[in-house]
Design a protein around this ligand. Structure first.
Ligand SMILES: Cc1ncc(C[n+]2csc(CCOP(=O)(O)OP(=O)(O)O)c2C)c(N)n1
Ligand code: SF4
Length: 284
């Protein structure tokens, strides 16, 4: 059986027909299977955490071990997995509501900690599972049932937020471009430290006004210059209906210490199989 087929499950798919979440799932399968084919990884090296939302159904459709977490808590759970078994590569799948609202307290510290894991944000600028309330990346004026007069706040720019928090790998993808997204995901997984992948995703039911930004998107050459990164980050403010939207590796710092390098004593108390010695003792 091909590795990509092994990553599939038989669960009934309940995403709306045509939802770009299908394409994100395909990109993830492509990235993992290519890395397992020739990148020196095996399927057992990967583990996932998912949040709650439409995006989180990845848990049902992607055949990896993992934890289906509380809303806003896929990131700290992933960090726990990283500490518990540093040999695994954790993929955390979150929505823009989950990570930029409920779970935002964890985000700047994850950027600073620089653990070896990948955060994948399915950013549809809407709380879609709960029928389309506005999230921190929704555009001003977005009218919803709970805000009939429209969203008043300006959107958060997650790329600027990541840069300001010291992130070491920041990328943006278009959910509809499977090959490019898979390519960026492979670079994110190979990065030594915390990799942040913002995926621009249409929702076919809610916040239609922000869909179809494809013609504004362009791919950048992988960038390692911080000043250039800030310029790229400012090109799209998640509000405007015009202007260009850069995709690709917007910033990478290959020289920053990872969490494991900053805290080598943690590795020493992790025994075989990845459990803390104390925990293993406690089970006897
Ligand atoms: C602490 C908490 N707050 C709110 C909810 C209700 N809730 C469940 S899913 C969801 C929306 C998820 O939106 P998002 O994270 O943007 O993901 P999407 O559905 O758009 O993929 C909300 C508000 C919850 N389960 N737990
Ligand atoms: S509501 Fe939107 S995000 Fe959720 S499955 Fe349907 S199209 Fe996809």
């Amino acid at each position: 059986m091909k590795i990509k087929d092994k990553l599939s499950t038989r669960e009934e798919v309940t995403w709306c027909p045509g939802c770009p979440n299908f394409m994100i799932l395909e990109s993830v399968k492509k990235a993992i299977s290519e890395m397992s084919d020739k990148g020196g990884y095996s399927l057992k090296d990967f583990v996932m955490t998912t949040d709650i939302g439409c995006h989180a159904k990845m848990f049902d459709y992607l055949n990896l071990s993992g934890v289906y977490c509380l809303h806003g808590r896929a990131l700290p759970t992933a960090e726990g997995v990283c500490i518990g078994n540093p040999k695994m590569h954790v993929l955390a799948f979150v929505g823009d509501g989950a990570i930029y609202a409920e779970g935002i307290g964890h985000l700047p510290h994850a950027f600073r900690n620089n653990m070896n894991m990948t955060l994948v944000v399915h950013d549809n600028q809407s709380y879609s599972l709960t029928t389309g309330q506005s999230t921190p990346t929704s555009q001003q004026g977005f009218k919803t049932k709970v805000k009939p007069q429209g969203e008043e706040n300006k959107p958060l720019n997650p790329i600027l937020f990541a840069l300001a928090s010291g992130a070491t790998f920041i990328a943006r993808c278009n959910a509809k471009n499977i090959n490019h997204t898979a390519d960026v995901l492979m670079k994110a997984i190979a990065h030594k430290g915390f990799s942040f992948v913002e995926i621009v995703q249409d929702c076919l039911i809610f916040n239609l006004e922000m869909n179809n930004k494809d013609s504004r998107m362009y791919e950048v050459v992988d960038n390692r210059n911080l000043d250039v990164a800030f310029t790229l980050a400012k090109e799209f403010d998640y509000n405007s209906k015009r202007g260009r939207i850069p995709l690709g590796v917007l910033y990478q710092n290959r020289n920053a210490k990872t969490f494991a390098q900053k805290w080598p004593q943690i590795g020493k108390v992790v025994g075989k199989g990845g459990f803390y010695k104390g925990q293993v003792k406690g089970r006897k």
